[in-house]
Design a protein around this ligand. Sequence first.
Ligand code: ADP
Ligand code: MG
Length: 708
Amino acid sequence: MSYATQSLTNRTALEELSVKTLPGVGEQVATRLARIGIATVFDLLLHLPIRYQDRTRAHCIADLRVGQEVVVEGTIMSVAFSHGKRRSLKVTLCDDSGGLLILRFFHFSSAQIHQFTRGNQLRCYGEARQGPYDLEMIHPECDFYPQFDPITTATTLTPVYPSTAGITQLIWRHLTKQALAVLISADDLLPEFIPPEQLTKLSLPTLVEAFCLLHYPPATIDIDALIKRHHPAFQRIVLEELLAKQLALQQLRTCRNHFSATALIGNGHLRKQLRAGLGFTLTAAQERVINELTCDLVQTQPMMRLLQGDVGSGKTIVAVLAALQAIEAGYQAALMAPTELLAEQHLSHLRRWLNPLGLQPISLSSRHKGAERRHILTRIRNENTAIIVGTHALFQEAVQFAALGLVIIDEQHRFGVQQRLLLRAKGEAHGRIPHQLIMTATPIPRSLAMVAYADLELSVIDELPTGRQPITTVAVPDQRRAEVIERVRAACAQGRQAYWVCTLIEESDVLQCQAAEVTAANLIGQLPELRIGFIHGRMKAIEREPVMSAFIAGELDLLVATTVIEVGVDVANASLIIIENPERLGLAQLHQLRGRVGRGHAASFCLLLYRPPLTAAAAERLNILRQECSGFQIADADLRLRGAGEVLGTRQAGMTIWRLVDPLRDAPLVPAARLLADWIIERHQELINPLMRRWLNQEEVHHFLTVA
Ligand code: ADP
Ligand code: MG
């Protein structure tokens, strides 16, 4: 297996070679490239054409259609000036096919005029458009016999690249040609990591072949497959990226296997008591997931499970049952929420459920200060069996757990791998780490979950508690605001409660809150008979709490809020939600907001109060929301509309920033990537780090290389 191992010693691999080493690339071009994330020659190679021009052969003028971009060759029939509004030069070209084509120029020098002489032969490249009489090309690129420019006598298709200000297509072509020349000049610059027999088996080209082909394909290629990115050359590259990511995640798994966890074997008495007092029966899906968790927790191998369940599917109770298993076994469980508001709500649920069992949940957040905080920290350090609720404050160094057996992270999409590991480190004692359960209502399509969270086991609650009514969603233009206000009045008159969500219309937090304040004041004026509360993101938890509690207790009819109520707030009597400016929000967030209603037995409504005109994309989003109520369907649609990066919230999560992979499109390649990963781990460990270094970003590489 010398194909790759021989070159691992070479330090200046292509992925470390600066673009500045290429001839003709100065500071200015390098700076412009850096702006779009291209620093190395490898980055440049990954910058793939969006389409191709066929300049390899001349097209018959007679067959020319509007919109075609082609080369034509012919004889100049006539040359004329027009002196209309804009001075222009009109050249008529014909070829043996008998067709006529007008070439039109608005800028031209006298030297150019001389070249356009009747009877001269001309080759030009441009896009055919419909003129007043004949097809025309505006400012085509021209070449005159007898010397043709090699660009127009190309033997391969000509790439057209996505661009940035200050870099023309000619510069791009120059750049990628130089990059390919470097690549071909020495075969150890970009070592091939996938062995030839594997490539043959998969009918894929080598990496070098793939890059050459994607940038300068032969004219005979299946262009459609290239552009839609189904071509084997493209798949070859994507496969390697998937492979690298797969290896990274397997490293994470392996490292997990180095640790053991405490088997949490409880006798079930607390769980039994809790179930008896619940007042509802768990759904079959909840029972299934509880069973999965129970089985995981009695193992000495740390659990690492992702629990997906749509908003309102009842994840909390499942988590609490798992926590009780830890407590029965004599250990602590920590439940971590992404916001203070959610942590508070969890706390109140926990109190309601656990106080009857004689348990006092401990809560820690950043608002606990001084003596109170010290007291809480002491309890966490000393109480062997306890359930602890908090925000990211639980990560802090000062927090020491007596015996952390289980960590539950709610709404995972706000936490990244980094934090996951951090909290795990918290419980790490004598080589033992706590079990981990991560919960999310952002339903990640399975295809995506497979590649993004390969280090986690997956559980899904795919069923809502019985008796829930589907939420009717309607889009209403802002002009009909008065009607919407009447709807609120009517709903509250019937004893129901409502939310009015003011979403980001101002850039800054401060302005947004001011805008929401104005809305709240107006509503108070317009609905004098209602009890109206107002909460926003800049309020301290201690100010927000009484308002929330009043709403939960039914002492407020209408809650006006900024998007702070987004995740998890749970008031069964609320059956109407108004979302202002929904066009500004993503699908996932809208679905989350909407999930605040439809939690009880009453028919619920969501009114999307938008400001026309809507962009096509916004209209599409609102449409999907009106038609779909399943979070999974919505996530799929979201993925189609926006691409994977944003759905996962990668910016926060600090992972899964794909260079070329599109998880939805490339999911069929995942099994092959997995097999390859297994094979490399078994037979070619030495390739793991180079592969990760080639494909992962700096932060990720650092993380995975040091963890390993
Ligand atoms: P989410 O999955 O969005 O976190 P929650 O755990 O907040 O949902 O549950 C939503 C509401 O449904 C809570 O009030 C919870 O007590 C209730 N609930 C959970 N499971 C059931 C069930 N099987 N039947 C009826 N109500 C349930
Ligand atoms: Mg929840």
